[in-house]
Design a protein around this ligand. Structure first.
Ligand SMILES: Cc1cc2nc3c(=O)[nH]c(=O)nc-3n(C[C@H](O)[C@H](O)[C@H](O)COP(=O)(O)OP(=O)(O)OC[C@H]3O[C@@H](n4cnc5c(N)ncnc54)[C@H](O)[C@@H]3O)c2cc1C
Length: 288
């Protein structure tokens, strides 16, 4: 059972943030509610007020300006899945959005809610890490912009202050000629392992390699050191490198044994999925 709650419906980011500042620990941002409402029902979190952000017009915007995709935080997974502009300019994000949960969750669940919850089992997070993504954060006293790589701070922990809102993501597409692929496994409702990859191939050598992994450790991460090792390698060499990098995944991603698998299983599978995704990204098995 849900305890009685007061829901306020601000129409601007500064009004919403002012409410959060005024109410402190008593209030929480409410977007689609697919994470928040079950937690409230189960008594795992307690709030007396919800700040419903769905009436703030700026948070619902999804627009392509010719160089960057502007995605308001209250845009749903379903909107991303169905947007022709997202499919054209950010195919990796479109693929990831289409794999989230089921159509009921995708219809109400927002991208902002997915990211702000800070669950490492996120489909869109690795896709956004592969793109150049900036995060616009709003507060009653102003705003700030940070790189997406610094958004996740730990398990269920983000860079947001309690009175700040995730306003939008500014996402730049991959350079021309660079392919991409998103692959995941899912044993339960959410992904158990997700990899997003971008790469191009010129004269048999890989360039512009970008690798991101979610679910394995406490936060989704880019694997910059491994990316550098793949630059200039052939696809076959790259696949061997990512398959043999299990010690590296253990050090960098910091996996733990849990219901999704043992550390050994997760690091092994990371290498397998990265190798397959690299092949898909460069069109080696018919997809680009
Ligand atoms: C059955 C089920 C299956 C799922 N499967 C998948 C899956 O396969 N892949 C996957 O990636 N995810 C999955 N999810 C998670 C899903 O993506 C998220 O539930 C959804 O996107 C969360 O968005 P929401 O708008 O419902 O968030 P809410 O529940 O409204 O909010 C979640 C959290 O984020 C905060 N918040 C929301 N928006 C903002 C904002 N703009 N600024 C600051 N804080 C904010 C809230 O205060 C709350 O703490 C699943 C969820 C369910 C219930």
């Amino acid at each position: 059972m849900l305890s009685p709650l007061r829901v306020c419906q601000p129409t601007s980011v500064s009004e919403a943030s002012a409410e959060l500042a005024r109410l402190g620990d008593e209030a929480k941002v409410y977007a689609g509610g697919t994470e928040l409402i079950p937690l409230l029902r189960l008594g795992l979190v307690h709030y007396t007020h919800l700040v419903d952000i769905k009436r703030i017009p700026a948070l619902g915007e999804l627009a392509w300006d010719g160089q960057t995709m502007h995605i308001g935080s209250a845009v749903t997974h379903r909107q991303l899945e169905r947007s022709a502009a997202v499919a054209e300019h950010l195919p990796l994000l479109q693929q990831a959005a289409a794999l989230v949960a089921n159509v009921r969750v995708r219809n109400v669940g927002t991208l902002g809610g997915n990211l702000c919850f800070g669950d490492p089992h996120s489909d869109p997070a690795p896709a956004l890490l592969v793109y150049d993504t900036r995060v616009a954060i709003g507060k009653h006293s102003g705003g700030r912009t940070i790189g997406f790589e610094t958004f996740f701070r730990g398990l269920y922990e983000t860079a947001l202050e309690p009175d700040e809102l995730l306003v939008a993501l500014e996402v730049a597409p991959l350079p021309p000629g660079v392919g991409s692929a998103y692959l995941r496994t899912a044993r339960f409702e959410r992904p158990s392992l997700g990899v997003a990859v971008a790469a191009a191939r010129h004269d048999g050598q890989l360039t512009d390699v970008r690798l991101a992994v979610s679910c394995v450790g406490p936060v989704p991460m880019r694997l910059h050191a491994l990316e550098s090792r793949l630059e200039g390698a052939t696809l076959v060499e790259s696949q061997r490198i990512v398959r043999q990098a299990q010690r590296h995944y253990e050090e960098v991603l910091q996996p733990v044994d849990d219901l999704h698998g043992s550390v050994a299983y997760k690091t092994y599978l990371t290498g397998v999925l990265l190798g397959r995704a690299l092949a898909q990204a460069v069109g080696a098995n018919g997809r680009k």
